[in-house]
Design a binder for this molecule. Sequence first.
Ligand code: SAM
Ligand code: SF4
Length: 465
Amino acid sequence: MSQGTATVPIDDEAIASTLERHPHADGVLVREVLAKARLMDGLDGEDMASLMTVSDPDLLGELFDAAQFIKNQIYGKRLVVFAPLYVSNLCGNECTYCAFRARNTELERRALTQEEIARETQILIEQGHKRVLLVAGESYPREGFSYVLKSIETIYGVTPDKGEIRRINVNVAPLTLDQFRELKACKIGTYQLFQETYHRGTYASVHLAGKKKDYDWRVTAMDRAMQAGIDDVGIGVLFGLCDWRFELLALMQHVRHLESRFGVGPHTLSVPRLEPASGSDVASQPPHAVSDIDFRKIVAILRLAVPYTGIIMSTRESAHIRRETFALGVSQISAGSRTNPGGYADIERENASQFCLGDHRPLDEVIRDVAALGYIPSFCTACYRLGRTGRDFMDLAKPGEIKEHCDPNALATFVEYLIDYGSAETRAVGERLVHDLLAEMDPVPQQMAAKMVERVRAGRRDVFC
Ligand code: SAM
Ligand code: SF4
């Protein structure tokens, strides 16, 4: 059976010459590119390279304004919220930056039992979460990969009186075509996998042992996932390992490869920066550390380059950076996260964590903060449950129609959160925001949103359109 393509063509030489052609920012060119970006048709590598060198505060302000414009046009005030659920930290690989790597003896190893996974799920549901990202190291307990499939079934199977997990996204090591088919059959949302670095030399220097040494097996994972019928895939780079300018252009080549092969690119892009991790020198002293201002540039440039692709920011980032970056194009955030298996039930036991978090606040506090900044925390899972995935999602998203669904869905799920889980303080901030946003909406989505919110207030749950 075919295992898909042999590799994804990442053209290092073309990237190097594109970067050489743009050694410093040319104000006229930058403004031309920003004007083009505002048409919301995306940017090519040359355009992106011309924006990467911007450092003048005025031009930088114009870049951020353009990104904010696109974010508002396409995503409005919505920020989708999720929590990671780490089921196991067993791993056979030796990624020098990760605490889960096989030879790290400082880490307490643990693969949760199905009962423990159900317990973690129950806690996340009680906090108000509706979406989780299942995460595991690349080695499973005795039953092998079916451990992951069983875990998904367990999570969807936790249905207390109030609440449930409505979408499980998955971040596990690259799979075979048949395994991807099994994953698809479990009704996952997005399959997520980061290439870490697209630079082969750097890749070889940080992946010392185990299956993950094989760059091509990893870079072709999304081809197999999409061949297996998983429409929504999420790709990303672990920033700090190699020059971020190279990584952004390589990431775009990966996006364009998927677009040309499958007619649709990735559903999401993730932008993790290296964080300190136990037993890792690379993680505490990244060879190509990305500054806060460059991090914001990365988010802004991606927002302009692929306007309809979601951008995910995790709790690796501090509350301060997260606040500053929402406006530039982030569409999904994690909140209240733990990166150790069992970390929601056992909050004391952190020496099994993958890396250190930048944002330690509980979900309720993050929701209050996000709402106070004017963003609607959305727990919506409507698209994938209505089959609006992959190309269908993009077809709907591109003319901006998705806003007519997303804003009402976001408001209805936010009100559901406020009533069922919000603290009094968060409810006060949230209800004010709901009132203001309803008043600002266009008549059609406003009518729809008002009706849906009323149904939630009357006791209906899981209301979506
Ligand atoms: N084991 C699978 C893999 O490597 O793809 C999936 C799970 S792995 C725990 C998820 C992601 O965590 C990795 O792809 C990597 O980008 C990220 N990660 C690892 N170490 C990190 C660190 N020190 N700081 C930030 N992110 C890290
Ligand atoms: Fe294992 Fe993934 Fe960590 Fe690498 S990044 S050591 S594969 S868990």
